[in-house]
Design a protein around this ligand. Structure first.
Ligand code: BGC
Ligand code: ZN
Length: 367
C-alpha cells in the first residue's frame, strides 16, 4: 500500500513510502474495524511535521506516515463491533492512550503524561494511505447526509472539545450565559468554531487579517450568520468600542503573539480558549501589568485545549449535521483545495507551505 510519509528529524522529507495491507486480526478480541480511506485532510500540523519541528516515527520504523484527519468507508468488522458495519462512513480519532488515569478512562486527550501518541503526528502512523485498521473504540460513524463533510470530522472534534472545555470551566461562575464571542483566525478551526458558537446562539465576530471582499472565509463566516472582521479594515480596539468585550474568545490564529494579544480584549468573567500551536521560538512583548490587573480584577480565565476524544468527534459531527440543516451548503465551502490521489503528495505539501489555501485534502479513493 502507498503511504505519504516523512523522515522525522529531516526537514522537507515528504515522500511516498509503503505499508503492508493491514489485517482485521491485528486487533484482538474481534474489536477491529478495517477502513478503506476515501479522503484525508491536511493542515499546518502536517506542514510543521514536514518541517521537522516535531513528530516521531513509530517504534521499528524510520518514517512516519502523516495525515490525522481521516474519512473512509468500513470494509470489514470483527465480531465484537456493533456500532459500525461494512459500508458505513467513518472517521477515526487521533490520540491513542498512554498509561495515565485519563488514558485509562477514555479521556486520552487529557493525558497527564509528557509523551503522547497521535496517529499521523507522533509515534503512530497516520491515515494518508489506502487502508487502515483500528480498535472500534476509536472509529466514529458519520451520517450519510454529511458524507461530503466527513473529512472535517477531526477539526470539528477539536472545536467541539474546546467549546465544551470553556463551558465546563465556566461552571465556576454558577451562572454564565455568554452572548458575544470573538473567534480569532479564519482557518478551518476558526470557521468551524464560528459555526459551533452560532449554533449555541452567540453573536460571533470572526476576526482575521484579509479584507472581506472576494474572500471565501468571509463568505463562510457570514454564511453562518457571523460577522467577518478584517483587522485591515477595523482594529480589534475599534470593534470592542462598537460591540463591547466578548464573553468568550476562541483563539485559532497559529500566531503566538495574537494568542497573547487576545488577553487584552476579553470581557469580565470571560474565557479565552487557545487552540492553535506554534512550533517555532518567537518572542514578543505584552503589556503584562495591564493584563495582570485586568485579569485579576475581572476574574478572567484562559485555557488551552488540544485534540478530542471519541465523544468530541460525535459532538463535532452532530454540530456539522445541525450546521448543515441550519446553514445549508456553507460548511462544504471550506473544502477548497482537493488533491488527486496519494501520488500528488508534493502538490499537497506545496499548497501547505504557501499557506494560502483554506483547506487542502487528498482524494485517496472513490466511495
Ligand atoms: C490535531 C490534534 C492534535 C494536535 C497536537 C492538531 O493539528 O488536530 O488532534 O492533538 O495537532 O498534535
Ligand atoms: Zn488537523
Amino acid at each position: 500500500m502507498k503511504a505519504i510519509a516523512v523522515t522525522p528529524g529531516t526537514p522537507d522529507s515528504v515522500h511516498l513510502n509503503e505499508l503492508p495491507m493491514p489485517s482485521l486480526e491485528a486487533i484482538p478480541n474481534g474489536r477491529g474495524v478495517l477502513v478503506r480511506v476515501l479522503k484525508v485532510g491536511v493542515d499546518a500540523t502536517d506542514r510543521e511535521i514536514n518541517g521537522a519541528l516535531y513528530g516521531n516515527a513509530p517504534d521499528g520504523y524510520d518514517f512516519l506516515v502523516i495525515g490525522h484527519e481521516s474519512f473512509g468507508i468500513v470494509e470489514a468488522v470483527g465480531d465484537a463491533v456493533k456500532h459500525v458495519k461494512p459500508g458505513d462512513y467513518v472517521s477515526c480519532t487521533v490520540r491513542r492512550p498512554g498509561g495515565s488515569i485519563y488514558d485509562v478512562i477514555g479521556h486520552n486527550d487529557m493525558t497527564s503524561e509528557e509523551v503522547y501518541y497521535e496517529r499521523g503526528i507522533n509515534l503512530r502512523h497516520g491515515y494518508l494511505t489506502e487502508y487502515f485498521v483500528d480498535d472500534m473504540e476509536y472509529v466514529v460513524r458519520i451520517p450519510e447526509m454529511i458524507k461530503h463533510l466527513g473529512v472535517l470530522a477531526e477539526p470539528a472534534s477539536v472545536v467541539a472539545k474546546a467549546v465544551e472545555q470553556a463551558y465546563e470551566a465556566q461552571r465556576r461562575l454558577l451562572v454564565w450565559e455568554p452572548q458575544t464571542a470573538f473567534v480569532m483566525g479564519s482557518g478551518q478551526i476558526g470557521l468551524l468554531a464560528t459555526m459551533a458558537l452560532r449554533l449555541k446562539g452567540l453573536e460571533v465576530y470572526t476576526i482575521a487579517r484579509k479584507p472581506a471582499v472576494d474572500n471565501i472565509k468571509a463568505e463562510i463566516a457570514d454564511g453562518y450568520g457571523g460577522h467577518y472582521i478584517s483587522t485591515k479594515e477595523q482594529s480589534i480596539e475599534e470593534l470592542v468600542k462598537e460591540v463591547g468585550k466578548p464573553d468568550i474568545i476562541f483563539e485559532a490564529t497559529g500566531s503566538s503573539w495574537l494568542a497573547f494579544d487576545a488577553m487584552n480584549h476579553l470581557g469580565l468573567n470571560g474565557a479565552l480558549v487557545w487552540t492553535s500551536i506554534t512550533g517555532g521560538d518567537a518572542e514578543s512583548t505584552i503589556p503584562s501589568d495591564k493584563i495582570n490587573l485586568e485579569w485579576v480584577l475581572g476574574n478572567k480565565l484562559m485555557l488551552g485545549s488540544v485534540n478530542g476524544n471519541f465523544r468530541h468527534f460525535r459532538q463535532g459531527i452532530a454540530d456539522m449535521l445541525q450546521g448543515e440543516l441550519t446553514y445549508p451548503g456553507v460548511t462544504e465551502k471550506i473544502l477548497t483545495h482537493p488533491i488527486d490521489g496519494l501520488d500528488n503528495y508534493q502538490e499537497m505539501m506545496d499548497l501547505l507551505v504557501e499557506a494560502k489555501a483554506l483547506k487542502v485534502y487528498v482524494n485517496v479513493s472513490d466511495g
